[in-house]
Design a protein around this ligand. Structure first.
Ligand code: GDP
Ligand code: MN
Length: 416
C-alpha cells in the first residue's frame, strides 16, 4: 500500500473542505523556529514518519515559544520511530482540545463486506483497536449507492453526539468518505478528530494509504513504486518495477541490494529466487559460503516467460557480478517451464558477453521434467560454467551453496 505522511493527508483534507490546523512542514530546527514565529502562539511539533503511536514515542512535542519549537524540532529530527528516520517535522498551531474523536474509512476485505467501512468513535486519540466495540459506530457502505449526508448524521448521533458538533462532525465524516473515494484509498483516518474549547472541529492527525492497484489513476501522487518499498528506489529498482507495472501475470519482486562500487570489489552474484521462502534459503546458503547478493529477485505466482526473461536480463546487466544463481528451493506448483524458457532466452543472449561465467540453476516442481529439458538443451554449448539441478537437490542448500562458491572461485582464478 502506498502510504502518505500526515502532512500530505492533511493537504487532501484541505482540498476536501475538512478543517485542519494551521501549519507547515520543515526539515531544520531553524525553519521550525520561523514556522512557530509565523504561527504566533503555542505549537505542536510532529515527526513525519509512516508510523502511528508517535505521541507515545516522544515524536510529538509541544512548544510555547519559537525557541522551544526549535529545540523540539532539534530533538525530533533524526530520531528513529519504529525503525524509520525522521527527516521532516510538521509545525502546527496547538489546539485547545475539549474532546477527541476517531473518524475513519477503511476497506474491509472480509467476504461478507468487501467494501469501504465508515467508522466513528467518541473515544479518539488512542489506538482504535483498544476502543471497546460498543463505542465504535460502523457502517458498511454499498459502493453503488454511496452515502447520503443523513448516513453520517445517524452514525455520529448513534454515539450520543448532539448539537452543533453533531453537524460539524457528520460533515467531516461525509467529506472524509468522498476524499477516500476520490483518492482510491485503502485507509483514511483522523485520530484524533478534535473538538476545541471554542467549538471548532478539526482534523489533528491523518493516516492515509492508497490502493497500489489504483496508483495509475493518480500520477499526481508521484509514487514511483506501487508496493511496500521503504528505501528510495534506485534506477535498477525502477526498471524492475516497470516489468511489474506493465504485466500483472505472476509477480516479480526485484531490488538492488548493493552499491555498484561494493559489487566491483568482488564476492557478489546475481541472485534470483523462486518464491519468498526459497529465496531466503538460498540467501542463507550463500551467506554460509561467504558470497553476497548484488540484488534480490523473486519471481513467483506463475509469471510469464517474458517477465522472467526481463528479470534475468536485468540481473545479468549488473556490472561486476561473478555468477548467476537461480535459487529454486521449493517444489513450486507454478508451471516451471515458463521460468525455463525465460532463463534460457536471457542467458543465451547474455552469456556470450561473459565467457566462463558461473551459472547455478536449481529448478523443480510442476513440469519439472520438461523444464529441465528446456534448460539443458537451451543452454548446451555455451561457453560458461553451467550446472543445472533438479528435485534431487531441493533440500540440499549446503551442497548448492558450495557449488556456487566453487564455480565463482574457478572463474576468478581463470581471469586473474
Ligand atoms: P500519533 O500518536 O502518531 O497518532 O500522533 P497524533 O497526531 O495523533 O498525536 C498524539 C496525541 O498528541 C493526540 O492524540 C493528542 O492527544 C496530542 N495532540 C496532537 N496535537 C495536539 C494539539 O494541537 N493540541 C493538544 N493539546 N494536543 C495535541
Ligand atoms: Mn494519531
Amino acid at each position: 500500500m502506498a502510504k502518505f505522511f500526515e502532512y500530505q493527508g492533511k493537504e487532501l483534507f484541505k482540498e476536501s473542505g475538512i478543517p485542519i490546523p494551521e501549519g507547515m512542514v520543515v526539515n531544520t530546527p531553524e525553519d521550525a523556529k520561523q514556522a512557530a514565529e509565523k504561527l504566533a502562539g503555542p505549537v505542536v511539533i510532529k515527526a513525519q514518519v509512516w508510523a502511528g503511536g508517535r505521541g507515545k514515542s516522544g515524536a510529538v512535542k509541544f512548544a510555547d515559544t519559537p525557541e522551544e519549537a526549535e529545540a523540539a524540532a532539534e530533538a525530533i529530527l533524526g530520531m528513529e520511530v519504529k525503525g524509520l528516520e525522521v527527516k521532516q517535522v510538521l509545525v502546527e498551531e496547538k489546539l485547545d482540545i475539549a474532546q477527541e474523536f476517531y473518524a475513519g474509512v477503511i476497506i474491509n476485505s472480509a467476504q461478507e463486506v468487501r467494501g469501504p467501512v465508515l467508522m466513528f468513535s467518541p473515544e479518539g486519540g488512542i489506538d482504535i483497536e483498544s476502543v471497546p466495540e460498543d463505542k465504535i459506530a460502523i457502517m458498511n457502505v454499498d459502493v453503488i449507492k454511496g452515502i447520503m449526508p443523513y448516513d453520517t448524521l445517524n452514525l455520529v448521533s448513534s454515539m450520543g453526539v448532539k448539537g452543533k458538533s453533531l453537524r460539524q462532525i457528520a460533515d467531516v465524516l461525509f467529506k472524509l468518505f468522498k476524499a477516500f473515494q476520490k483518492m482510491d484509498c485503502r485507509t483514511l483516518e483522523i485520530n484524533p478528530l478534535v473538538l476545541t474549547g471554542d467549538g471548532k472541529v478539526l482534523a489533528a492527525d491523518c493516516r492515509m494509504a492508497v490502493d497500489d492497484q489504483a496508483l495509475f489513476r493518480h500520477p499526481e501522487l508521484g509514487i514511483k513504486i506501487g508496493r511496500e518499498f521503504l528505501k528510495e528506489p534506485t534506477e535498477f529498482d525502477l526498471i524492475a518495477w516497470s516489468f511489474e507495472e506493465s504485466d500483472f501475470r505472476g509477480t516479480s519482486y526485484v531490488a538492488q541490494m548493493a552499491e555498484p562500487a561494493e559489487v566491483a570489489k568482488g564476492g557478489y552474484v546475481g541472485y534470483h529466487g523462486i518464491g519468498g521462502g526459497a529465496a531466503m534459503l538460498g540467501m542463507d546458503a550463500l551467506n554460509k559460503v561467504d558470497i553476497k547478493v548484488a540484488d534480490y529477485a523473486d519471481t513467483s505466482g506463475n509469471p510469464t516467460a517474458s517477465k522472467v526473461y526481463r528479470v534475468v536480463k536485468l540481473i545479468m546487466a549488473i556490472p561486476g557480478i561473478e555468477g548467476y544463481f537461480l535459487s529454486g528451493f521449493m517444489m513450486a506448483n507454478q508451471e516451471q517451464w515458463h521460468h525455463a524458457h525465460g532463463i534460457v532466452k536471457a542467458l543465451r543472449e547474455e552469456l556470450p558477453k561473459r565467457p566462463g561465467f558461473p551459472v547455478v540453476l536449481l529448478l523443480c516442481g510442476n513440469k519439472e521434467k520438461e523444464s529441465q529439458e528446456i534448460l539443458k538443451e537451451g543452454l548446451a554449448g555455451l561457453d560458461a560454467r553451467i550446472e543445472i539441478y533438479d528435485r534431487e537437490h531441493v533440500y540440499d542448500a549446503k551442497f548448492i551453496g558450495g557449488r556456487v562458491r566453487a564455480l565463482v572461485d574457478e572463474y576468478r582464478e581463470e581471469r586473474n
